[in-house]
Design a protein around this ligand. Structure first.
Ligand code: G4P
Length: 189
């Protein structure tokens, strides 16, 4: 998606340790017209596949999932990392280890909102090692729902997540796939 790649090139900053900072439009401040264009792009690709639920994970996946959901007229369900005020008793859970942050989260979704009738599109901001996406796929499996595919804003194609997700047979659309990066330079596939 050219508009997104251009934005990464002009506003993204590469930190050492292979971290791309995109706080100006995705992870802190949100560029709303871009969010909407990304949602439309996901909708174009996953159109006509009966998607009735968008699943993401807090926090940064929520905005892009919301803009995508408008095109499907579907609700957004976000997996939580932090306990809710009133404990959710009946939930699906998956362990998600973040190699980037070096923390493990047991993420969860209430059974009330994910059922075998659901056709689920998973949306997230970054794909790095694939753990978040595979954790969400595991939650969809536990629910007996159908995983239609996954839409990712930025895939760090030089890390192993994309390979793991495609090997798992998940239909994956990444709007920008980074081949390599270093401070001052980002190259796309
Ligand atoms: P994985 O889920 O693909 O395995 O990725 P990984 O463990 O490496 O990353 C986990 C967290 O780090 C995710 O955020 C992910 O969005 C973020 N992340 C990974 N690589 C980058 C990067 O290059 N730049 C930025 N800005 N973030 C990156 P999270 O824990 O879900 O937190 P949140 O930001 O959604 O709250």
């Amino acid at each position: 998606m050219d508009q997104l790649k251009q934005k990464i090139l002009t506003e993204g900053r590469v930190k050492d340790a292979n971290i791309l900072i995109v706080d100006s439009f995705l992870n802190h401040q949100l560029d709303i017209p871009l969010m909407d264009a990304m949602g439309r792009e996901f909708a174009k690709y996953f159109n006509a596949r009966g998607v009735n639920k968008i699943l993401t994970i807090e926090a940064s996946g929520i905005a892009v999932a919301a803009f995508t959901a408008r095109y499907f007229e579907a609700p957004v369900l976000f997996a939580r990392k932090t306990p809710t005020l009133t404990a959710i008793e009946d939930k699906y859970t998956a362990e998600v280890y973040s190699f980037t942050k070096q923390v493990s989260n047991r993420v969860f979704v209430s059974r009330r909102y994910l059922t075998p009738e659901d056709n689920v599109l998973v949306i997230d901001d970054f794909l790095a090692h694939g753990q978040a996406l595979l954790g969400l796929a595991e939650i969809v499996r536990q629910a007996g729902a159908t995983l239609v595919g996954a839409g990712i804003v930025i895939e760090k194609g030089f890390q192993k997540g994309g390979g793991l997700v495609r090997e798992a047979g998940i239909d994956l659309l990444s709007l920008a796939r980074i081949k390599s990066m270093e401070p001052g330079r980002v190259e796309f596939f």
